[in-house]
Design a protein around this ligand. Structure first.
Ligand code: MG
Length: 375
């Protein structure tokens, strides 16, 4: 029985983690559940899974006998309990890094869905994980595909990692159409059903830039060994090219439940209620190079990753703020690129030495974006 602490239980990934646990209730036990503010869903989840500990940032929720509750700002920290074998971190955004650092300091293994923590603090996170002997395994589908292609061996030598990208909701939009594109348009992702923040990140290709940085840290490699290719069908979830010219790909219909389940059972594979790919029906798989003119954020993000230091934290903070403004209808789609560029131009650099330095870079970037748009 694997005992799981789930941080971020009410979001898209958190709900799918619970679906995996439900399917294999003989293999998994939820010992701790933690959420932000979706009280109604959290109450239902606690009633169903009866964790030892239930923590929610706000507001106070109904209590069930036999469950230890905690409320408020320390909710995510309080959810990391001794009884857990693994902590699933399914939070969205910068706040995930606090949980990640906490979990590592407590010596617990991590199944990671929060890519922002590696984007902003990859060097800190990986260094600390090594010191504490903590394993971090990916839930992000591309990184899971790479991990599967490497036989779950993070140290296996490779020549190149090839990350696939669906291209997002605006992949067929012209430059003129992108100028007037709205949040409602962006939230219609062609292949994946995800939370709103990541769906916008897919539309700008910021997400793919983040995933390049994430891959750089998880697989301890350099940026010149990571490629991005547009693959509209989202059947190949990423590939690894080896020294002998062989390329191994992982394919399946798009679902997050497969990478979530594998992060909890590897190297064992269990039923995932997923049909294998019907290739005759599919007929073809297509590939093309990313269009950096229509989607300039991809290069912007990867370049910040190459610059290192606090630049990735600035990109992330600026992106979170700009995406929020876009979702609120306060800026246009291209405003996301403008906001990130503006924050980067103003930033004078710095070393990602600790959480405090990351937090300051994050705040700096958010203010720069708000100032740029006068909000
Ligand atoms: Mg992904």
């Amino acid at each position: 029985m694997k005992r799981i602490a789930l941080i971020g239980s009410t979001g898209s990934i958190g709900r799918q983690v619970l679906s995996v646990v439900r399917r294999h209730s003989d293999k998994f036990q939820i010992v701790s559940l933690s959420a932000g503010s979706n009280k109604e869903l959290f109450e239902q989840q606690v009633a169903e899974f009866r964790p030892k500990v239930a923590t929610i940032v706000s507001p106070d929720c109904e209590r069930i006998d036999g469950v230890n509750y905690s409320f408020g700002e320390n909710a995510f920290t309080d959810a990391i309990i001794n009884e857990a074998d693994v902590v699933v971190i399914a939070l969205v955004g910068f706040k995930g890094i606090i949980a990640v650092l906490d979990v590592i300091n407590k010596g617990k293994d991590i199944a990671l869905a929060n890519k922002e923590s590696l984007v902003v603090g990859g060097s800190l996170v990986m260094k600390l994980a090594k010191e504490k002997g903590v394993k971090i395994v990916p839930i992000d589908s591309e990184h899971s595909a790479i991990w599967q292609s490497l036989d779950f061996d993070f140290n296996k030598p490779f020549k190149k990692l090839i990350l696939t990208a669906s291209g997002g909701a605006f992949r067929d939009y012209s430059e003129a159409q992108l100028k007037t594109a709205t949040a409602k348009d962006a939230l219609k992702h062609p292949n994946w059903d995800m939370g709103s923040k990541i769906t916008i990140d897919c539309a700008t290709l910021v997400n793919k830039g983040f995933e390049v940085i994430e891959a750089r840290w998880l697989y301890n490699t350099s940026f010149d060994k990571i490629d991005v290719i547009i693959h509209r069908e989202s059947i190949i979830h990423s590939m690894v090219e080896f020294i002998d010219g062989a390329t191994i790909a992982q394919m399946s219909y798009p679902t997050m439940e497969l990478p979530i389940q594998l992060a909890l059972t590897y190297p064992e594979r269990l039923d995932c209620a997923l049909e294998g790919v019907d290739f005759a029906k599919l007929k073809s798989l297509t590939f093309s190079a990313p269009d950096y003119n229509r989607f300039p954020c991809l290069k912007l993000v990867v370049d910040a990753g190459k610059q290192g230091g606090l630049y990735p934290a600035v990109v992330n903070g600026a992106n979170e703020e700009a995406v929020k403004l876009f979702l609120e209808g306060k800026i246009g789609f291209n405003g996301i690129y403008e906001g990130i560029s503006c924050a980067l131009e103003k930033f004078t650099g710095g070393v990602a030495s600790d959480y405090e330095s990351l937090s300051q870079a994050d705040k700096f970037a958010r203010s720069a974006v708000k100032e740029r748009f006068g909000v």
